[in-house]
Ligand binder design. Structure first.
Ligand SMILES: [Zn+2]
Length: 497
């Protein structure tokens, strides 16, 4: 593959060049220095984090006669670089049968041709068949003095315990975004590739800890012949939004900051980002947060580290569930906004604010007056007189009708207080762009049609943002709101005709 050219070229030449696996490098170099060599090593970890590169370094170092191992200069190192007979690499994914291991067992007794050790690197070792594992185990139980096995796998849990217990295991970590960024920067400079810091950062984040993927992406971008690679080039290639924007969306969700969340979503939308892709990126970030929170995986970047310790697991799961729904929605943009509002204002419910009740004069301690409804009309009655105010308690039924056709619109309508007059329903969203969205002809028509069905006559639907400073919503401690909320829950999903 052409786009692996840079990866091969910049493979670590010695242990000091290995990126992001300091704990492993330290242990291996001190073992080499003291001569405490094991017969079997197990390298586990995600793909593209340097397992094979370190295995090759170790193989070379074992036979190196220089001072700093591998020196890449002694005769053994020079031979090893051009494929030595003493370093045997085997890909278990394509050689999983007993025959491959049998062949290995037959030759393992032969003395090394040049160096002191014969080193077997078995990649993707979890792919071996049970028979092959058993054969390998026999070799590991009684290895010839000159044999060293380096087993590498992305799926250590698939290895038999008997194999694992015969090895010294090293767990390779996903490489941090900042380590990847720094290393990519060095490669770009050496290759005279002009690339912005933002572009480097996006590549690093999208690689999710895998160095090989990051370099391959850089290779692809450089190969496209751009004079200078920008963040936009990378985003275009990936269909991605800026990592910072995704991080600030995540932070807004964690902080229940509706305004910030919607502002970022609007900005991303304006820049051409697809809502479903935003949701996918967010979901991936929150998955990482969940894994870090449970201790199932280390935090891969700053936002993951920060939020994994500050957000409760149940809340993280709730956020992920909502984000997955967005990716399945037929109207992702609206679904994203509705989800951002719902997730940042968890206690919100439908609030009816009857005009005739003069809410401005009430104090919170006075009981809420009955909604000013002179006549409650049932559906089917098309003879609504102009003097009758629509029943506010029928609003949830209107929402149920809308929900049947447009779940996201209903969810968004549910977020805000509504005012009723005889012939008009006015919703009071907190944000201008939600007002504009409600006033879109298709949405207005949908609300008016549903209202006409429920109230039995023509009702005008309008939207107006609340004046600044005035609370746009009440919480569930409001008894009226609570009532409507439970009514909605009861009605939820039921078709009322
Ligand atoms: Zn050497």
């Amino acid at each position: 593959m052409a786009d692996l050219a840079l990866y091969r070229k910049y493979r670590s030449g010695n242990f000091s060049e290995v990126v992001g696996q300091d704990h492993i490098v330290r242990t291996l170099t001190s073992a080499l220095a003291s001569g405490r060599i094991r017969h079997a090593y197990l390298f586990t970890g995600p793909r593209g984090v340097g397992k094979t590169s370190v295995a090759r370094l170790l193989a070379r170092a074992l036979n190196c006669t220089g001072a700093e191992k591998p020196c890449n200069d002694c005769p053994n190192c020079k031979t090893a670089i051009n494929s030595s007979l003493d370093i045997i690499e085997m890909d278990a994914a394509s050689n999983r049968s007993i025959d491959a291991v049998r062949d290995l067992r037959e030759k393992v007794g032969l003395a090394p041709t040049q160096g002191r050790y014969k080193v077997y690197i078995i990649d993707e070792v979890h792919m071996l068949t049970t028979e092959a594992f058993n054969a390998l185990l026999k070799t590991l139980e009684e290895p010839p003095a000159h044999a060293v096995f380096i087993l590498a796998t992305t799926e250590a849990h698939k290895l038999p315990e008997t194999i694992i217990s015969r090895t010294q295991a090293f767990s390779f970590k996903p490489i941090t975004a900042s380590d990847i960024t720094a290393q990519l920067g060095r490669i770009a400079a050496a290759e005279k590739i002009t690339i912005t810091p933002e572009a480097l950062e996006i590549i690093a984040t999208s690689a999710r800890g895998g160095f090989r993927d990051a370099i391959s992406l850089l290779d692809q971008l450089a190969g496209a012949g751009e004079q200078s690679i920008t963040g936009e080039d990378v985003r275009n290639l990936l269909g991605y939004s800026a990592g910072e924007e995704i991080a600030s969306l995540s932070r807004a969700l964690a902080a229940n900051d509706t305004t910030q969340a919607l502002e970022v979503a609007t900005r991303l939308n304006a820049s051409g980002a697809q809502a479903a892709m935003i949701a996918t990126q967010l979901a991936a970030q929150w998955r990482a947060i969940l894994l870090a929170n449970c201790g199932a995986a280390p935090a891969t970047d700053d936002v993951v580290r920060e939020l994994s310790t500050s957000v409760a697991p149940a809340r993280i799961a709730e956020i992920i569930t909502s984000l997955i729904e967005i990716t399945r929605s037929s109207w992702p943009q609206l679904a994203l906004e509705a989800a951002l509002v719902r997730l940042t204002v968890p206690a919100i419910t439908v609030v009816v604010a009857p005009v005739a009740a003069a809410p401005a004069k009430r104090t919170p301690s006075t009981p809420r007056p009955e909604p000013a409804v002179s006549a409650v009309r049932v559906s089917g009655n098309a003879d609504a007189s102009a003097t009758d105010a629509p029943a506010s308690e029928l609003w949830p039924k209107v929402l149920v009708h809308i929900k049947a056709h447009n779940n996201s619109l209903a969810a968004l309508l549910q977020m805000y207080p509504v005012e009723f007059t005889a012939s008009e329903i006015t919703i009071k969203p907190r944000f201008n762009f939600h007002r504009d969205l409600f006033l879109k002809p298709a949405n207005r028509t949908a609300v008016e049609a549903a209202s006409a069905k429920v109230y039995g006559g023509p009702i005008k639907f309008s939207a107006r943002t609340e004046e600044a400073g005035k609370p746009a919503r009440r919480t569930q401690s409001d008894p009226a709101a609570e009532l409507v909320s439970s009514a909605l829950e009861i009605l939820g999903g039921e078709i009322v005709d």
